[in-house]
Design a binder for this molecule. Structure first.
Ligand code: 3HC
Length: 307
């Protein structure tokens, strides 16, 4: 009993310490994470490389919040407007990474999947962030231990892996490394629960749980298409109607981003070249070379209307 109480006290002390959250990277994932954190009452700052990108992130959050508000407040347009502006008021934007990190309790990195760039970033903020600040990465496929290796706060480092679209997908993977302290783990798990996600605990293994299953599944579907075994539309229909998935794997690859999917596969193939699940797929590589990244670029396996 005593140990339960003590653990509870420690958790709530850490939990109450997270007030300000810094999201580094305002793309699809970063802006979704900023939205759910601000909706739960956290003060959030999105850090991007320039003001134009900050503005883009804020516009995308405004649109997404509009969809949530319509659902939550049905025909009450006043309440909808109030909800959107209350949440937006809790989200700031900045391009001054070091300045923002000096005053933050939790960092969530959601930038490009490149270990060297992530190392540079964490090395630079480790020097200026307060001692209590927890660092996390939303990496899809890289090792959290590897990302954290350049910092002096390996015990205050973990993974928070979100799913697209972040405001809709209910799962959050919480990754703990061998160095992540109990206090850090409890604090980020509480954060995940407070923002309304169902949290699962993952070891720091490639792809954690979801991507370890989802990426090879999408890759196999592209190989099926490449061999001409079935059309893209038929593969998608098969998995929607035959397995109950909300999207087929080909459209899901477009939705996740063909560049992202290809990068994940490439990274894993380099680390484990004998694994047939991770073998490069010429059809996927060619689409990426042509700049066809899926929904975000207007074309991938399918064509999309650019918004
Ligand atoms: N913001 C806010 N609300 C949103 C939204 C957004 N960006 N996108 C969708 N919604 C809401 C809509 O308002 C709608 O609400 P309603 O049902 O109350 O009207 C609801 O979500 C459903 O949206 P739509 O009607 O537009 O379309 P669908 O019913 O087809 O659902 C989907 C869209 C939720 C994306 C569904 O197709 C789906 O679940 N697809 C699978 C997505 C998936 O697998 N994501 C994980 C990818 S892997 C990943 O992200 C990991 C990374 O590391 C690679």
């Amino acid at each position: 009993m005593a140990s339960v109480l003590i653990r509870g006290m420690a958790t709530s002390a850490v939990e109450s310490a997270i007030k300000h959250v810094t999201i580094i990277g305002g793309g699809l994932m970063g802006s979704g994470i900023a939205q759910v954190a601000a909706t739960a009452g956290y003060d959030v700052t999105i850090v991007e490389v320039n003001n134009q990108l900050v503005e883009q992130a804020q516009n995308s959050i405004k649109n997404s919040l509009g969809r949530v508000a319509k659902k939550q407040f049905k025909d009450d347009t006043n309440e909808q407007t109030k909800f959107v502006s209350n949440v937006l008021n809790r989200i700031n934007g900045s391009s001054d990474l070091q300045g923002v990190v000096k005053g933050t309790d939790l960092v969530i990195e959601a930038i490009v999947e490149n270990i060297n760039i992530k190392h540079k970033l964490f090395e630079s903020i480790d020097k200026v962030a307060p001692n209590h600040t927890i660092f996390t990465s939303n990496t899809s496929s890289l090792s959290i231990t590897d990302i954290a290796s350049v910092t002096d706060r390996k015990d205050r480092f973990g993974g928070l892996h979100f799913f697209n679209p972040v405001p809709v997908m209910r799962l959050l993977e919480i990754i703990r490394t061998n160095d992540t302290s109990d206090q850090t783990f409890n604090a980020i798990r509480n954060f995940g629960e407070k923002i309304g996600k169902s949290c699962i605990t993952c070891k720091d293994t490639p792809g954690f749980v979801v991507n370890r299953l989802l990426v090879p599944y999408m890759a196999e579907s592209v190989r099926l298409l490449e061999r001409g075994d079935a059309s893209g539309r038929d593969i998608d229909t098969a998995m929607k109607l035959g397995a109950g998935y909300p999207m087929g794997p080909i459209e899901l690859a477009d939705y996740v981003g063909l560049d992202t999917t290809n990068n994940i596969l490439k990274g894993w193939h380099e680390k484990d070249p004998e694994n047939p699940l991770y073998k490069p797929i010429p059809m996927l590589e060619n689409l990426v070379k042509e700049g066809k990244f899926g929904v975000k670029s207007g074309e991938g396996f399918y064509k999309y209307n650019k918004k």
